[in-house]
Design a protein around this ligand. Sequence first.
Ligand SMILES: Cc1cc2nc3c(=O)[nH]c(=O)nc-3n(C[C@H](O)[C@H](O)[C@H](O)COP(=O)(O)OP(=O)(O)OC[C@H]3O[C@@H](n4cnc5c(N)ncnc54)[C@H](O)[C@@H]3O)c2cc1C
Length: 415
Amino acid sequence: MKQDNSLTKHIDIIGGGPAGMMAAIIAAGKGGRVRLWEKNGSLGRKLLATGNGRCNFTNQNISLDKFHGGDLKLAGNILGDLGLKGTLDFFEGLGLTYYADSRGRYFPRSNEASSVLFCLEQEMKRLGVEISLRSEMVTLARTPDGWEISQRGAKHGSEAVILACGGAASPQFGSTGQGYELASKQSHAIVTPEPALVPLMLAGNWFHKLQGLRMDLRLTISRDGKIVFDIIDEGLFTHYGLSGPLALKASRMISAKDLECRINFLPYIDEIEVELLLKERRQRLGPRLAKDFLTGLLPEKLGQAMVLQSWLDIDSPCREISDLQMERLQKNLCNWKTDIKGRRPFKEAQVTAGGVDCRQVFPETLMSKKAPGLFFCGELLDVDGDTGGYNLQWCWSSGYAAGKAAAEYVLGRDR
Ligand SMILES: Cc1cc2nc3c(=O)[nH]c(=O)nc-3n(C[C@H](O)[C@H](O)[C@H](O)COP(=O)(O)OP(=O)(O)OC[C@H]3O[C@@H](n4cnc5c(N)ncnc54)[C@H](O)[C@@H]3O)c2cc1C
């Protein structure tokens, strides 16, 4: 195995995603000699998939209630050091122009995630970060001088290592949970990783008929009669159930047992109004077939499915719909009781909940309390955010903290 001993004063960053690239820029900007190791053939593969290829890179409403994890005090600390303004200034400085949409989500003006990646790559080039692609780091070990990381066929000595390997979500982009192994071998506890921001599987065999339908819905989840989740947002029906921002937001709740879930298909109309509206339609649409009773009020596929689910006689005229059928229809439209079977797997998740336990990491520097010179950032840590740009903000903020602290650690030791 090749050993490179000449480069022992390096900061080595494992993982070329948003967190690792941010850490590289900050550490190199502070004068550190930085090497970035990425196992894929290119950097930022997951970054390119964000925001449907548009990259929702932060949000106007950064606040701690948008984040989850075992130690939110640490998250607050880190987000306080590089928050929204610092992040926008940083990207502006790299030549990225951006805009916020009506929901406060920031996107590059180009609407291309590749613009964000390009800016980060250019800055790393300017600062002399050494980038090695197709370089999967398989072990990490302490040495008397610092650290040794190794890939198949070569070992590299370094003074500080930043683990930025991502979590276990969407492994097709490169992060397969290897960071957890590397961290746990250094005695770090791992909070069990779970898929988060992931579509939901619904019980019943009629949802597949709605596949591809996108609409605003209200989803209410209760436990023991107490409402624990209640929001209106866009849902996307799929062959297995529900995706879209609504499902992703709800997915965090779904590991809990004994949940009762209800969908309101007419979230902007009061229930009493729906009742009146249906009665008025029965009168007005008299001879029309009951199959099409809801067409015009709801998307056709959904209207017809609701008519069937409410046991209306589809071939009879609307005027023959009974009061009992009307009542059932109103109940189904406003209060559809549905059984959520579970979440889709990691492969379809946008992020990981859980990860390296933040209590074993210094809250200012993200350096390990167990192994000096080892730093963490990004999704690998037990911090995850809501949908809306919060997860990338966590990458920018934690990459900033780890990069800055690693450079100070190495340069301080040089003096
Ligand atoms: C489809 C999709 C859409 C999303 N959209 C948004 C969005 O719009 N806004 C938002 O805020 N968040 C979004 N996210 C979440 C966001 O992409 C992640 O939170 C973010 O990419 C995590 O960054 P990271 O640098 O921690 O990890 P990653 O992006 O996973 O990067 C880690 C890198 O490390 C590499 N690596 C892993 N192990 C090793 C090793 N042993 N050696 C070398 N390299 C290694 C991996 O190949 C990978 O490139 C989305 C996620 C998905 C999947």
